[in-house]
Write a protein that binds this ligand. Structure first.
Ligand SMILES: [Fe+2]
Ligand SMILES: [Fe+2]
Length: 152
């Protein structure tokens, strides 16, 4: 389970696949899609641009490692890939929680955070309920009230 400032999301549901690779892939797909579609755009402000760039890079790296593992699941290196993915995700989550989220909490009101959290949680649940949330659906536009604009 991964937490944002306001809500948790990305937990498996009844329709989540039972095999380990599928669970990892689905949870990663939901986590990265929900944050990239809702959370990161909503908090894109100049003072946290660097954190967001790093977050996108880390999502990209994690997806790359996962794809390598999925495409060759019987290879001897699979366990090593899973270990690398685990390390990458732990690093990413720690950075989000320790660096990004505290900045976001200063940028958004608690009402805006709650609204964003509810949107993300609802979308994550819908993706998991749909089963195997890969490939990631097309991006959606954010309501303007959820977008924090960079100050000039
Ligand atoms: Fe993330
Ligand atoms: Fe996250």
């Amino acid at each position: 389970m991964v937490r944002t400032g306001a809500q948790s999301y990305g937990g498996p549901t009844h329709s989540a696949p039972t095999d380990r690779r599928g669970q990892i892939a689905d949870n990663l797909a939901v986590h990265t899609a929900i944050e990239e579609r809702f959370f990161y755009p909503a908090v894109r402000a100049r003072q946290i641009e660097e954190n967001l760039e790093e977050a996108y890079d880390e999502h990209h790296d994690a997806k790359k490692i996962l794809l390598e593992a999925l495409h060759d699941p019987d290879a001897a290196g699979f366990d090593g890939k899973v270990a690398a993915l685990k390390g990458a995700i732990e690093h990413h989550v720690a950075e989000e929680e320790e660096e990004l989220f505290p900045k976001v909490r200063k940028l958004l009101t608690s009402e805006a955070l709650d609204a964003l959290g509810q949107t993300m949680e609802g979308e994550a649940a819908a993706m998991m309920d749909a089963g195997e949330p890969r490939p990631v659906p097309a991006p959606v536009l954010l309501p303007p009230s959820l977008v924090v604009r960079a100050s000039s």
